[in-house]
Design a protein around this ligand. Structure first.
Ligand code: LMR
Length: 400
């Protein structure tokens, strides 16, 4: 009965890993998926995560019972504080609803489904370009995805004018997806001044912000600094949605731990919104998993562990920054044609190299270097051992 089912395409990001795994070459490098690797090219489980897990094993009161539909209450409270700030008036006024979801993607999807059912405007504006999964998540949730200009290939920076123009002509009340920091895939963020102008424009047109925060702490190494854009939009008393992921900043990729927060206009509204989020979640996956959320709550609740986490987080962020410098230097030494300064200007996990899909294919074929076809490389997958190999490949690709 399924004979007519057509073959689906591989995912543009996760499919790169599938191809990488099949390649027998000993020099292959995977710079596709945004997942942190050590200098030795190995995945990293943070020491503080191991410590939290050890503590959890020894705790006799921790069982394997179901969580409530909304997830672990402590985790939700601590997650809202982490992104909005401990002194956030919205939290103090009980205007924030937070539900534990399946990492960033699950949070976006639950938020999208809620908006499709209960918000008057179904159009969501997403940056051009954006993380490849965004349009699919929102379209399947029942929203209509449109794009707004974001990246200017000529300057390899922000197309701020284009962004303002497109948001100005969006219909009143439209939803706007914003990357809280470390924009994926470009590594280009607005400055704080630009954020303020975006905020003013959006509030004047009642555009509803939907933040995706997958890299808090990864952009600057400072959790509060990376939340500044979001906190501006909370400080003005307005409403917004926030999808948080702990995949990157706690290295909890496979634990699928994240949170959706909705900042509402009043505490009464927040209660009703929560009741509707439960109705979205229950038929979808019933309730979220316990383990990852307990790890996060243990770390966020313990001063000493929190401190250790911030140190480890800074360590990851700094290694990525150092890889940027090393790659930039390696291309300079080779005299590779072009201006490569964007490698050190862009922030977060990715460099949007400007390499085209032919050059990307050439590098995969000849050098066994894997990246997404839009020329995005995960700096977190690079190490001092592999940087020369990558520089040789880029040099050959642009001079061939
Ligand atoms: C990425 O952009 O590489 C990550 O967010 C992983 C993913 O799920 O795509």
């Amino acid at each position: 009965v399924f004979a007519g089912v057509p073959q689906g395409p591989e995912d543009p990001i996760l499919g790169v890993t599938v191809a990488f795994n099949k390649d027998p070459s000993p020099v292959k490098v995977n710079l596709g998926v945004g997942a942190y690797r050590t200098e030795e090219g190995k995945p990293l489980v943070l020491n503080v995560v191991k410590r939290a897990e050890l503590q959890m094993i020894k705790n006799p009161s921790l069982g394997k019972e179901y969580l409530p539909i909304t997830g672990l209450a402590d985790f939700n409270k601590l997650s809202a504080k982490l992104i909005f700030g401990a002194d956030s008036p919205a939290i103090q006024e009980n205007r924030v609803v937070t539900v534990q979801c399946l990492s960033g993607t699950g949070s976006l999807r639950v938020g999208g489904e809620f908006l499709a059912r209960h918000y008057h405007e179904r159009t969501i504006y997403i940056p051009q370009p954006t993380w490849g999964n965004h349009p699919k998540v929102f379209t399947l949730a029942g929203l209509t995805a449109r794009s707004y200009r974001y990246y200017d290939p000529a300057t390899r920076g922000l197309d701020f004018q284009g962004l303002l123009e497109d948001l100005s002509s969006a219909p009143e009340g439209a939803i706007v997806l914003l990357h809280a920091c470390a924009h994926n895939p470009t590594g280009v963020d607005p400055t704080l001044d630009q954020w303020e102008q975006i905020r003013q424009l959006m509030r004047s047109k009642a555009l509803l912000p939907f933040f995706d925060s997958a890299y808090q702490g990864f952009a600057s190494g400072d959790l509060d600094k990376d939340a500044q854009s979001v906190r501006m939009f909370v400080a003005d008393g307005g409403e917004l949605l926030m999808a948080q992921s702990y995949a990157k900043n706690m290295g909890l990729y496979g634990e699928r731990v994240g949170a959706l927060s909705i900042v509402c206009g009043s505490a009464d509204v927040a209660v009703k919104v929560e009741s509707q989020l439960k109705l979205v979640i229950r038929p979808m996956y019933s309730n979220p998993p316990l383990h990852g959320a307990t790890i996060v709550a243990t770390i966020l609740n313990n001063r000493d562990m929190f401190e250790e986490w911030t140190i480890e987080l800074k360590g990851m962020a700094n290694r990525i920054i150092s890889m940027r410098q090393q790659l930039f230097n390696a291309l300079n030494i080779r005299g590779t044609p072009g201006d490569w300064s964007h490698i050190i200007k862009q922030i977060g996990m990715f460099t949007f190299t400007g390499l085209n899909s032919d050059q990307v294919a050439f590098m995969r074929q000849e050098y066994h270097i894997y990246m997404t076809s839009d020329g995005r490389i995960s700096m977190a997958g690079l190490s001092s051992r592999t940087v020369d190999h990558l520089a040789n490949a880029i040099d050959a690709a642009v001079t061939k």
